[in-house]
Write a protein that binds this ligand. Structure first.
Ligand code: AMP
Length: 634
């Protein structure tokens, strides 16, 4: 770590109040806060207590004086050919209109609005409109299907759902409305109304008395004036569901003031963005990166942000760089998988366009392997900055704070602990700190800094239980990631300690997939694990014990059953969760106490040594897994 940054980081831990009071000046406050941090009820942290602010005001209204006619939201869809630049003034008008629509449907402060949308501008309008009126948005990734959506509807109990007829992927429309209708049918909770954006991609029928047409409402509320509702810093801005070890996703809950300050600070110290420049994140609004660095972060910094619907390789693998050239993008944020996809394409497309406006490319969401990091760094001739964080934290835990001090990148490492994070690497069993170059669990000594989750929506106990009780003898936040630290303080992330897998940067809980596969009538038992994949980082692999062991002996039957199980997962959870392969085995390897040995199965799939097997009940079960894997490898 450099000296200047080291001191900056140290101060953020030793003098939290002083440090964050300074950062808080980066945003507008309607009423100043009385106390920087209230940590009277560990591990719950309350930041900027008594202060009043608003995320929508900070993202839009406060830029109107100087930047009304400057681009704010740049929409590009290579799926539909739509391209539209909204200035701050235009974005303001659309957001106010959307806010008026929500208010007309009875939405007020503290009410939930669930947003199930493809990458369309109305999704951003809806998020910012919620923020404006103090409603709590809960965006559900468009790739999720009915059961995933229904679970989130029941947990968030939204008054209104905002959705659209369809998304589009690689030129093929994907109907959302039937999935939404089915989810509402399954869910116990019923929204009062559903606002539907009709893109004209697939025919859809509105349910009378429930569904409303967005364009009709928009025309009606076009001249509305909806003032910003000033919120106490610790009121809730949004919930975002994320997977963990149980089948039930957790609603990660965030505040208003702490989040705004954390994003503003990160835009300055980590991303180094300036007002008037353009930021391009290829993520999706359904993920945390989309919340923090498509919508709120860049806009709070007064930057234009690109909302992109499309893949990195259509119409060709130069599309991202073409957009960099066209919109003079200064900063870009993507995921390692996208770069690995590009690596397989024509390399001349990387240099075909003028990317001289680009200062840095940030990559996050999954491990960035060294060959990919080298390839893109050399190809672009720009710094490529890996950064590590989670839905729970909202902004990077590990990165380089080049805005504080220029730091060198180290291939394979997402960098050093960011200011505000008191990071430790702890021994899984003893809870003691491990030494340099020793593997430990990445843990954060609370209080968590501003911007991080406040709690699990509706379940304080689960928040404490899940995150703060897994390290023996210490109340520290576990990231559930393994890491090591080199002598210079650079960290390396070595994978999850729990049953969470990461497919192309998408975080999935294996339990959810297991539950879905188990819905198939032929399944007696099932285990899903993540297996290393050269393109997606990991893919899900299912091992199934059938009720009738003979049902899959014939290859045609096995193929049919596998297909049925895959389409079941598609329908219930979404194609992102679909296992790459379903193996049929006679038994699952388990410990004598009945716990499935997932790590051993994973090792076998990755052709590694499964390690200590003294607790295994029946060694033949693991042999069965091995045989199935070898057979599938051909
Ligand atoms: P999510 O909450 O979906 O953002 O997923 C967070 C998880 O993704 C982390 O706990 C890590 O396992 C993984 N992850 C995110 N960023 C990185 C990174 N830069 N390097 C390695 N793993 C990462």
């Amino acid at each position: 770590m450099g000296q200047r940054y080291d001191a900056f980081h140290r101060r953020s831990i030793d003098d939290r109040a002083g440090f964050w009071a300074e950062q808080a000046k980066l945003i507008d406050w309607h009423k100043p806060f009385g106390q920087v941090l209230d940590y009277s009820r560990p591990p719950f942290a309350r930041w900027f207590v008594g202060g009043q602010t608003n995320l929508c005001h900070n993202a839009i209204d406060r830029h109107l004086a100087a930047q009304a006619d400057k681009p704010a939201l740049i929409y590009v869809s290579t799926e539909t050919g739509d391209e539209h630049v909204y200035t701050f003034a235009e974005l303001h008008r659309e957001v106010v209109t959307m806010a008026a629509i929500l208010v007309s449907q009875g939405v007020g402060r503290g009410d939930r609005v669930l947003i199930y949308m493809p990458m369309v501008p109305q999704a951003v309008f809806a998020m910012l409109a919620c923020a404006r009126i103090g409603a709590i948005h809960s965006v559900v990734f468009g790739g999720f299907a009915s059961n995933s959506l229904a679970a989130r509807i029941d947990d968030a109990t939204p008054k209104v759902i905002v959705s659209a007829d369809a998304g589009s992927r690689a030129g093929k429309p994907i109907a959302y409305k039937p999935l939404l209708d089915e989810a509402i049918r399954i869910a116990r909770h019923n929204p009062a109304s559903v606002v539907m954006v009709n893109r004209g991609l697939v025919p859809m029928e509105l349910v009378a008395g429930r569904d409303l047409d967005y364009e009709t409402l928009r025309a009606k509320h076009r001249d509305a004036d909806v003032p910003v509702v000033w919120l106490e810093s610790n009121e809730i801005s949004y919930t975002l569901y994320t997977s963990g070890t149980t089948g039930q996703p957790k609603g990660v809950q965030r505040d208003v003031g702490g989040y705004a300050v954390a994003l503003a600070a990160s835009m300055r110290h980590i991303y180094c963005g300036n007002a008037g420049e353009t930021y391009f994140s290829t993520s999706d609004i359904g993920w945390v990166v989309g919340h923090s660095y498509i919508v709120y972060g860049p806009l709070i910094a007064g930057m234009a942000t690109i909302l992109y619907e499309g893949t990195p390789i259509r119409p060709d693998a130069g599309i991202l760089w073409k957009l960099v050239e066209k919109y003079r993008v200064s900063l870009m944020f993507s995921a390692p998988t996208a770069i690995r996809v590009l690596k397989k394409q024509d390399p001349t497309l990387l240099t075909k366009y003028d990317t001289s406006s680009l200062r840095s490319l940030f990559l996050a969401g999954e491990p960035l392997d060294e060959p990919t990091a080298r390839w893109i760094t050399e190809g672009l001739g720009r710094p490529v900055i890996d950064n590590y964080w989670q839905t729970e934290t909202g902004w990077p835990i590990l990165a380089l704070a080049n805005g504080v001090e220029q730091m060198s990148t180290r291939f394979g490492s997402p960098g050093v602990p960011m200011y505000g994070y008191d990071l430790q690497l702890l021994h899984e069993q003893t809870g003691e700190e491990v030494g340099v170059n020793e593997k430990g669990v990445v843990a954060i000594v609370p209080p968590l800094p501003p911007g991080c989750m406040q709690t699990v929506w509706g379940d304080d106990e689960r928040f404490v239980e899940t995150y703060f009780t897994t390290i023996p003898g210490k109340m520290v936040y576990s990231t559930f990631d393994w890491g090591i630290r080199d002598p210079d303080g650079y960290y390396f992330i070595l994978g999850r300690t729990d049953d969470v897998i990461n497919v192309a940067g998408h975080r999935l809980g294996t339990r959810e997939i297991e539950e879905s596969v188990s819905h198939h009538a032929a399944v007696a038992e099932c285990a899903v694990i993540g297996v290393a994949d050269s393109l997606k980082g990991q893919v899900a692999m299912a091992f199934v014990v059938l009720k009738d062991a003979g049902a899959a002996t014939n290859p045609a039957d096995a193929t049919r059953l596998e297909r049925e199980m895959m389409s079941l997962v598609d329908r219930q959870l979404g194609a992102v969760a679909r296992p790459a392969k379903v193996h049929f085995v006679a038994a699952l390897p388990k410990t004598r106490s009945g716990k499935v040995l997932r790590r051993a199965i994973q090792a076998v799939c990755e052709h590694r040594d499964p390690g200590d097997l003294t607790t295994i009940e029946d060694a033949a079960a693991l042999d069965g897994v091995r045989t199935a894997v070898v057979r599938a490898d051909g």
